[in-house]
Design a protein around this ligand. Sequence first.
Ligand code: SME
Length: 158
Amino acid sequence: MAEDLLIAGTTKEEKYRELLPCLESLTSGETDLTANMANIAAALKQTFGFFWVGFYRLKEEMLVLGPFQGPVACTRIRYGKGVCGTAWQRAETLIVPDVNEFPGHIACNSRSRSEIVVPVFRKESIIGVLDIDSEHVNNFDATDAFYLQRICRLLAAS
Ligand code: SME
């Protein structure tokens, strides 16, 4: 396995397009969910330099902090709470251009300004969410949603 991801693209779309096959090959030979979540979080952080990238896993009727890259974060999120708990409740990707405008946003770190949360499905059930925070307002769009959903689908098999 390569020591470093070599992503040459300059636009967001180019970077995601290069990253996707790398992640496919990284995760396809591994059945452990934690290992795959850890490598996906690291690859996204390394490629895009996001402020915080990580997974919350559904356990005991709560979202519990899983593999992540970035500053320490809150460990448990209830159904319907914050951006993560709302994405879980609605079973859909949420893009929050300005976290200060999202009622009930859970501020794990005051430097986070915008956020995207993508549910991770296994068959029809949600097993967790991918949460990414940016220090910049309005950092996420439909391109992020499209590719991050594809990346999360890689976890369904593991
Ligand atoms: N902001 C999230 C909490 C998790 S942290 O951003 C890592 C939320 O509102 O659910």
